[in-house]
Design a protein around this ligand. Sequence first.
Ligand SMILES: [Zn+2]
Length: 393
Amino acid sequence: MALPIPISSPGGPLPDRGLTKAGEEIAIYYWYDLEPLSSRSGTNIRAYCPKHHSDHQRSLSINASNGWGQCFGCKQRVLIRDWNPRLASALVRHAHEVLKLPALDCSARTLRALPPTSPDLSKPKRPAPAPKAPGLATVQPWQEEERRLLHTLQAEGALRLERPEAWNAQAYLAARHIPLEIALTAGVGYLEPGASERYQQKLLRRWEDRLVFPLQAAPSAAAGGLVLDGYAGRLLSSWQYYPDEVAHKKYLEQQDKKRWIKTNPAWWFWDPIDLPQREPVVVVEGPLDRLAVLASGGFQPGEILALVGTALQSRWLAGKIRALLLALDADQAGHEASDRIARDLAFDHLLVESCVLPADGAGGKDWSERWRRRGDVGMQALYVSHALLAERL
Ligand SMILES: [Zn+2]
């Protein structure tokens, strides 16, 4: 049998450039780029080095348990993205920041840079306020009770994702490439079917088979300095048959089931206690978008805020945030919301920019779908926009 042709020829897979804190360049590959001519025994993998040429043996040694590898020939260190996605994305992001690599497919557009350098005496009237979050005054007694029940379950660990009863949620998150520990850190829970009967609480019925996302706003004087909490629930029923979000949405609509529900009142899916060391804060639309961005690595929980259908109110930002990167959905509603938020926050001296999802047709209309389908490659525009805005602060 003829020897396989080494893949280390010009035109071979082009790695992404990653940079360690110590300044070492790491070549970052996808496993499918190296897999075809590799050999494997246990976690030890040997592959042809795509970096240096005329390689007649598999001089690249990779540890499949952590994705790290090194070539015995050219000494190049590599990382396999699939096996260490968080680290890979952190290294790529660092390389973009330090090496000032050109933006890949980023179409960030500056909405408005504020405040203006000279006082504008002809200050326009403040625009009509954005839709208000439900006020406490409109809360029905059953809504108060529903929120209390969910709060109690969460506090007692009865929603925890790592319980065996939460297998459906675990599988769903795994299919969306969201590690369980990311979801746990963000406080995500799950209420299993049959729970309302077991707890003898009819109000919990509509929360069964749902991922439960805790919603919070920063402590404010209006709330007596308390962190306000609420919940959003995402129905998972039959997701296995409709792994595509759009298809699942259609299916649930046909079944007359609500894909998303929220308590009243409800706030953002964010962590206002853990305000970020670093800005801008990235604003996304859905809870799963937030999890996807957190899963892509390098961001702290306080750095990503999901609106969950609630208006962006600057007083909920605890007065400590200076800059926001809006990364809303790539649809008409997302664009309109971006423009409205930028207009409203213009009066609060916040620096607001928008990162539009690249219209490359391959990634879905939100970050969660991009992350599921394309991994880090799908998130590059966000990393680059974030790095560029961070640099201006
Ligand atoms: Zn090599």
